[in-house]
Ligand binder design. Structure first.
Ligand code: DQA
Length: 137
C-alpha cells in the first residue's frame, strides 16, 4: 500500500505557526511517529509552498499510488488548478484540515478540493492525518 501526504503552503511552519490553532508539533516529528505506527504502509511525504509544484506532484503520483492525503492549506480555498488536478488523476484523494475550517473565517468554508475528494477529514488537529490514513486501510 503506497500512500502520500501532500501538504500545501505554510504547513512547513507547523510547530511555530499559530500554535493556538495548529499545535506545537512539527510535521516532521508527527510524520516520524505515523511512519512507525503504520509500518505496513509505504508512506511518503511532500510539502510545497508553490501551487504548480503541488499540481506536478499530484500528476506524477496520481496514477500509481493507492491513496493521497491532501492538505492544500490556503490553496484549498483558491486553487481551481489543484481542484482540476484532483479530478484528473485516478488515485483517490482524502482532503484533510488540521483546524475546523467551518468554525473560522467564511473564506475558509469554500473548497475546490472537496467536490472531487473521496472523503474529507476536518478539525481533529494532527490526528486528522491518521484518520485519513486509516480510511485507506
Ligand atoms: C488548513 C486550513 C486552511 O484554511 C489554512 O489556510 C491552512 C491550514 C488546516 O489544516 O487547518 O493553512 O488547511
Amino acid at each position: 500500500m503506497k500512500i502520500i501526504i501532500i501538504n500545501g503552503p505554510n504547513l512547513n511552519l507547523l510547530g511555530k505557526r499559530e500554535p493556538e490553532i495548529y499545535g506545537n508539533e512539527t510535521f516532521e516529528d508527527y510524520f516520524f511517529l505515523l511512519k512507525n505506527k503504520f509500518t505496513t504502509v509505504e508512506l511518503h511525504y511532500f510539502q510545497s509552498n508553490i501551487e504548480g509544484e503541488i499540481i506536478n506532484k499530484l500528476q506524477e503520483i496520481g496514477f500509481s499510488y493507492d491513496g493521497i492525503i491532501l492538505n492544500a492549506a490556503a490553496y484549498t480555498h483558491t486553487s481551481i488548478g489543484i481542484g482540476d488536478a484532483v479530478k484528473a488523476i485516478s488515485t483517490p484523494v482524502v482532503e484533510v484540515h488540521i483546524s475546523n475550517t467551518f468554525s473560522r473565517e467564511s473564506f475558509r468554508h469554500q473548497s475546490y478540493i472537496s467536490p472531487n475528494a473521496k472523503g474529507i477529514i476536518i478539525g481533529f488537529g494532527m490526528k486528522s492525518y491518521e484518520l485519513a490514513l486509516k480510511s485507506f486501510l
